[in-house]
Design a protein around this ligand. Sequence first.
Ligand code: FAD
Ligand code: SF4
Length: 397
Amino acid sequence: MTSVSPHKKARALKSTSRRPAKELCSECGLCDTYYIHYVKEACAFINQQIGELEEETHTRSRHLDNPDELYFGVHQDMMAARKQQPIEGAQWTGIVSSIAIEMLNRGIVEGVVCVQNTKEDRFQPMPVIARTPEEILAARVNKPTLSPNLSVLEQIEKSGMKRLLVIGVGCQIQALRAVEKQLGLEKLYVLGTPCVDNVNRAGLQKFLETTSRSPETVVHYEFMQDFRVHFKHEDGSTETVPFFGLKTNQLKDVFAPSCMSCFDYVNSLADLVVGYMGAPFGWQWIVVRNDTGKEMLDLVKDQLDTQPVTSKGNRKEAVQQSIPAYDKGVTLPMWAAKLMGVVIEKIGPKGLEYARFSIDSHFTRNYLYVKRNHPEKLEAHVPEFAKRIVGQYQLPE
Ligand code: FAD
Ligand code: SF4
């Protein structure tokens, strides 16, 4: 018997075709599938609808007058955590991979959407539906490039899977939530990571070449809470470069236009978010948004050390000063950048205040980008919570 698909379909775009969101497209993968039919509603860059989707997903949108919700979205719990036995080669301690493996091993889901890399290039993303722990482990560590995670959505319907876990970043998850009802699933679990400043593959090359001493041997990097970029090389060595020493003038066009216009840094629509920026150095930061997220986290609680989140320092002045400096593409000499890094690490914002520092710096930069490049989109595209955050600062014209 042939089954009749319950939803409408349209022909997927060829990989070379221009996407409906044009230069703002983050290559989330939706338009590589017949779910492109829903693109005008679903695309995070055509129809920003975080508030509405928060209500559908978490039963309410965030309380804008609650300072933690304003910044970090709807949540019932937050903590710092790390795996007692970290997964070798994971981005941090491997909490994301561990939750996915546990969900598969216990039969809670039949498959996991995650992203491996191609054989030829460790940074070229290759989204898959993993059905074994080995396939999940092969997807560990960030692919710091735009990744079409949703390009596998057609395979889900074809496979007949009913219980699925999707791992992804904000723009992918916004589009996923918008088509969730069309996927024919009994239960969808969403494990998100925060995401910011992503790049296409060519942009990544430029970033590595302008910033690292040995771009071809980098296996992993992260902008960390000590205000330095940490590169890990093939031979296991670590290289650190202070944020303030980045060649801002050369790197200004590296970040993808989608990421320069994104206000969903904290992945508002995931059930559970696992990042690092609200936690002490070396720890991961966990945001439990709803009961489904709690159910997911409980599966690995006995593998984790945890501690409450804390907050120290005051970010406001540093953010305000960084706005015109970034705008003018100011780059400090390396000795001054290192000195500034040491000082700010000692007296600068820590824990949740560091997360707010990062959110404020990116939202103010992105607000200016949208205002200057897509003024007609500014009002509808910037969510109310981001307008309030940006409103705390004085911006140049
Ligand atoms: P692992 O167990 O190593 O698993 C990583 C998972 O990420 C894998 O399942 C893989 O499928 C998925 N993944 C890898 N690359 C991508 C991609 N391009 N798109 C979608 N999914 C992907 N956290 C912060 O707190 N602040 C930040 O500023 C921040 N920026 C980030 C920027 C990018 C581009 C990405 C991908 C993540 C970012 N994160 C950020 C999240 C953080 O770096 C870690 O991914 C997270 O803490 C999980 O670590 P882990 O060791 O548990 O993950
Ligand atoms: Fe399509 Fe996703 Fe690009 Fe929007 S961001 S145009 S939904 S591929």
